[in-house]
Design a protein. Structure first.
Length: 349
């Protein structure tokens, strides 16, 4: 079996996602991506051929996909980041109908036009992959029957350590409970909501913000956090896998204050769960459901800083015990389960 994997980016989680699938030697992989040299030097070990993506427009890229699929006589075309082509409503995918098409969706945004586009796109593919049960149920409630749920795993194989060691490595000198905001400071991740909430928290805490500055920079965080200025550590830069593991190991709670506009799998949640740490997360959509159903921590009313403050107070006062349900969910995050699910549900069914 020969699979053509297509992605328009080779950075961040795009790279680790495709790497896990391509390293599966049960099939031959053709990889159509920009920055082919980056991929060739990224330690892929599967049976792989890299084809540089040259087209800039949607039409040009579709044409290159068609030509590449024909040249390499592939059996399956896997669109690794179908979110990026939602706005085209699936137009042109009919030119690929001789191939089996798998499309992966990492998050959903909702509006009348997006819902129409999603339905039209799913009608043009054989399998659409989503990463949460709530996203799958949403699709099924809209009469979309060709979707499957494959849990988003913890890709990076890193070592976690005890909290004391991690705090020492990070230079955190406090006995106060550590709250972690991990990852790039995008607007939809709601760091500003967390800062508003912490200004209303009376229980002692220490805030660790770690990740690439995006919507909120150091000046903003310092300005909003003057009340607890002595209890903040900022690591505002791209983090290595090892640094992310240290941050998750050092915390008592990972805080995930996503806005309503976000509905999908959360890397911050996965990092916390694999590190054995509870989370405090927004209660809407897939994220809230994952936390509640799998006993991963506490949820609060999304975009409500007052309710977030209340829940943080409760968490700091009472703590949280990781039970067998949470441990079972952590076991599901093994990358081997992820790869096997793709193979069974999408490639050979």
């Amino acid at each position: 079996m020969r699979i053509l994997f297509v992605d328009s980016r080779t950075t961040g989680h795009h790279m680790v996602y495709m790497k896990e699938l391509i390293n599966d030697n049960r099939y031959e992989s053709i990889l159509l991506v920009p920055d082919g040299d980056v991929v060739k030097n990224a330690g892929f070990c599967g049976n792989m051929t890299v084809v540089p993506m040259t087209g800039g427009s949607y039409g040009q890229r579709l044409d290159q996909i068609r030509r590449t699929a024909y040249e390499y006589n592939v059996d399956i075309i896997h669109l690794l980041f179908a979110d990026s082509i939602m706005k085209y409503y699936g137009f042109g995918l009919g030119r690929l109908k001789k191939y089996r098409i798998v499309a992966t969706f990492h998050q959903f945004r909702y509006s009348i036009l997006r819902n129409i586009a999603r339905k039209m796109l799913f009608a043009k593919v054989d399998r659409g992959v989503v990463h949460t049960d709530s996203m799958l149920r949403y699709l099924e409630s809209n009469s979309i029957k060709n979707a499957v749920h494959i849990e988003y795993p913890k890709f990076e194989r890193v070592e976690y350590c005890d909290k004391k060691t991690a705090k020492k490595c990070l230079g955190i000198e406090t006995d106060k409970p550590v709250l972690l905001a991990l990852g790039g400071t995008r607007y939809d991740k709601g760091l500003d909501i967390l800062l508003q909430a912490l200004n209303k928290v009376d229980q002692p805490f220490y805030l660790l913000v770690a990740g690439k500055p995006e919507a909120f920079d150091e000046a903003f965080i310092r300005s909003e956090g003057t009340r607890f200025a002595d209890d903040i550590k900022l690591m505002l830069r791209f983090l290595t896998d090892e640094e992310m593991a240290l941050c998750s190991s050092a915390c008592d709670f990972a805080v995930l204050p996503y806005r309503m506009s976000f509905d999908g799998a959360s890397g911050g949640l996965v990092d916390a769960v694999v590190a054995g740490k509870p989370v405090i997360g927004a209660g809407h959509g897939a994220l809230g459901e994952l936390i509640r159903n799998n006993h991963l921590g506490y949820t609060f009313r999304t975009e409500d800083a007052d309710d977030l403050a209340r829940v943080i107070e409760k968490a700091l006062e009472t703590g949280f015990v990781i039970d067998d349900t949470a441990k079972a969910y952590r076991d599901m995050l093994d990358p081997k389960c992820f790869v096997d699910a793709y193979y069974q549900l999408c490639y050979v069914c």
